[in-house]
Design a binder for this molecule. Sequence first.
Ligand code: MG
Length: 275
Amino acid sequence: FFGYFWIKPKVTYKIYIMKQLKLSLLFLLCVLVAVPVSAKRKTKVIAHRGYWKTEGSAQNSIRSLERANEIKVYGSEFDVHLTADNVPVVFHDSKIQGKPIQTTPYAELKDLKLPNGETLPTLEQYLDRAKKLKKTKLIFELKSHATPQRDREAAKIAVDMVNGKKLTKRTEYIAFSLEAAKELHRLSPKTPVYYLNGDLSPKQLKELGFAGLDYNYKVMQKHPEWFAEAKDLKLKTNVWTVDDPQVMKEMIENGVDFLTTDYPEEAQKAVHLYR
Ligand code: MG
């Protein structure tokens, strides 16, 4: 008789404890899942040609890389061409002060100045400086060269130099040339490679083994379904060059992974506002 009354409450108590434990575990699980998901969704900012719209800086200058590092953006983008004699230099346009970079020997370019007074940086000088700046990822755009053969040579020189400087893990490659992008991926299979040209679907990029797309935002406005398609395929999305605050908001709300902009500080604020 007493036994019956003693056992029953014990059993009920046990069930109660188990229920509470299950609820706590469920809650913990929700937190563990939700935190990384929300953290992952946060758009990261990339300074386009470095942070150059700031005092003393210029596009693709070493100063622009230092400034990008100072404001703690995710990455600093820069452009690389090979000179006629295979010296990789950091510059955007195909010509510097009227001289076509890819068909001019380095000796004829080496003293040319950027608008901020810096000398045209070689890739080697640029990477040496980057090595001392620990934070910013190097978003390395390999410019298109005259022939597929030249694209492959440029890719080889780029990868060898990045690996030689032990900067492989801090580098991500981007290219308009499909030939160059494929070769970069072949030579450095663990380094993310993003394709810039806007003409391939996420499915096609996945098949090529690329990390994702890095497209003009207008391409993504035309194909908004590519955001979800990329995500389903575990590809990352990046858009350029997003300088308009309205477009920044739109892209962040679409869950873009990276936003490449000439206004990185404004973009950092926008990420906090709209994510
Ligand atoms: Mg570029």
